[in-house]
Design a protein around this ligand. Structure first.
Ligand code: SF4
Length: 186
């Protein structure tokens, strides 16, 4: 009983086990019981969206929720490392202050109102298509160009790899837009 009690003291454990005081001998029972937050989670490979370096990320998820984002050791770009921005990208999808409702300010209005997502999507699609129809150029100087120069798209650094892929497909192949770029490239 006394020995058990004494072994709860890190110094005694260090003397008994010969550790340097930084290993298991310094751990409390609570610390020993801690488990990695991504233990047992599923993992998906992705790429950090913040800049043009394109570091590899492992996105751990459980029950439909992201539980952590770590550097991907298999990435030939970053070999498991992330800079502070990339290491914090977990908060992109989890932070309490993240805006999750559509905000709309009508022309000449000073007020922002909230719109249902479906209504906002309809408004955007309607305006994009009208602009495309109004400005689409089939040919120039007798040569076919099939392009829309009335719209441009500048993506933000919080768009992920998969979203950027779909944006490029939609705007270039779908609408004929020629000016599609991203803040991460600027
Ligand atoms: S922001 Fe950082 S982690 Fe993300 S791609 Fe750039 S260097 Fe890599």
């Amino acid at each position: 009983m006394l020995a058990e009690l004494l072994l709860k003291w890190p110094l005694i454990r260090q003397l008994v086990n010969g550790g340097d005081g930084t290993g298991v001998e310094a751990m409390s029972d609570t610390t020993k019981a801690l488990r990695p937050k991504n233990e047992g989670a599923n993992v998906a490979r992705s790429i950090c969206p913040y800049c043009a370096v394109g570091c590899g990320q492992l996105v751990y998820h459980r029950d439909g929720k992201v539980v952590s984002i770590e550097g991907d050791p298999a990435s030939p770009i970053s070999r498991g490392h992330l800079c502070p921005k990339g290491a914090d990208s977990f908060q992109l999808v989890t932070h309490d202050a993240r805006v999750t409702r559509v905000k709309y300010r009508a022309p000449r209005s000073r007020e922002w109102i909230e719109l249902p997502l479906a209504q906002a999507m309809e408004m955007v699609a309607d305006r994009a298509w009208k602009t495309r129809e109004r400005t689409f150029t089939e040919s120039k100087d007798g040569k076919p160009v099939m392009q829309c120069t009335g719209m441009a798209h500048l993506g933000g650094a919080t768009l992920d790899n998969e979203e950027n892929y779909l944006i490029k497909k939609l705007f270039t192949a779908g609408l004929g837009m020629v000016c599609v770029s991203n803040q991460a490239r600027i």
